[in-house]
Design a protein around this ligand. Structure first.
Ligand SMILES: [Zn+2]
Length: 311
């Protein structure tokens, strides 16, 4: 467990952070050459120095593809992706010197060009497409999502086709909701992206309450949690050997008519009862951190304080 001293350390100001001010870089809404756009590009290049060594353009979308992205990275892909200047020299290919056209970025708001791969991606599908298509999908589906599109001769045809696909439309919707939520205009990422998942999340939280309550009670009363043969399914029947205070308390709750706990234990798979000692330790650890945080907050709020240690 981390020392209480860690809570008093100054926070690191140099870590990468997302600007509080929402920035919309959709090219259909703003000119590529506008001063505000140039300012954004400067922020983009300086926002992630660690990536600079891997790529000339730190926020080239190729740096984010084929990875499990956290929310910060998803927001970077959607809002802070690298945009070529209007006079950028796109490489040519083929006998007829086909190349990426800057005007396509205006025509297709989801389109992003990668200089690292000289290819095109859909920023929404890169961020959220994996929710709808697997990484091992058909090549035609993977293009623009997991692999770069480079067949410039057929670009318009492919782009028009892509934006009619259901997985793309779903990813766009997820991306739009995510942006609003990330910018604090909505409360909860999951609830807005998928209301069904929100219900599931609330149900799962309810299931944990009697389990957490039993662990906290043991902690407050100084009771050990574990006993003999304290693994496996839990039933109302009294065990032959004492299986510990934690399971005894849960049995008492069941006997007292705790329907949420009863439903949970009746429906959960054997690997998802949340009764194992690993889960117990995890909850104890979380509770310990919460207690430490509360103490530190009270200390910080007070004008002065003293520490009494008892060896
Ligand atoms: Zn897409």
């Amino acid at each position: 467990m981390s020392s209480i001293l860690n809570f008093f350390k100054p926070t690191n100001k140099n870590t990468t952070s997302v600007p509080n001010v929402p920035i919309d870089v959709d090219l259909d809404k703003s000119s590529v050459d506008s001063p505000s756009t140039k300012k954004r590009k400067l922020e983009i290049v300086t926002s992630d120095a660690t990536d600079a060594s891997r790529n000339t353009f730190p926020n080239d979308i190729a740096n984010f593809c084929r990875k499990n992205l956290n929310d910060i990275k998803k927001y970077e892909v959607l809002m802070h992706y690298w945009i070529p200047d209007i006079d950028f020299k796109f490489p040519t290919s083929g006998k007829r010197n086909w190349k990426f056209q800057h005007s396509w970025l205006r025509s297709f708001v989801w389109l992003v060009y990668s200089a690292a791969e000289d290819g095109a991606y859909c920023r929404y599908c890169v961020s959220f497409g994996s929710n709808y298509i697997g990484k091992g999908g058909h090549q035609n589906i993977n293009v623009l999502v997991h692999t770069a599109f480079r067949d410039w001769k057929k670009a318009l045809e492919k782009f028009r086709e892509h934006q009619t696909k259901k997985y793309h439309l779903d990813a766009m919707e997820d991306g739009q909701n995510f942006k609003l939520i990330y910018e604090n205009r909505k409360n909860d990422v999951i609830s807005e992206i998928d209301k069904g998942r929100k219900m599931q999340l609330l149900e799962n939280r309810q299931k944990l309450i009697p389990i957490i309550r039993a662990i906290l009670l043991c902690g407050r009363q100084g009771l050990p949690l574990r006993g003999h043969r304290d693994q496996g399914s839990l039933s109302l029947k009294m065990p032959e050997e004492n299986d510990g205070n934690f399971r005894a308390l849960l049995r008492y709750a069941l006997d007292s008519g705790d329907q949420i706990l009863a439903n949970h234990l009746n429906t959960a798979g054997s690997n998802a009862t949340y009764l194992s000692f690993r889960i117990q330790n995890e909850i104890i650890d979380i509770a310990g951190k919460q207690i430490t945080t509360n103490i530190v907050q009270r200390v910080n709020r007070s004008g002065c304080f003293s520490v009494i240690a008892d060896g």
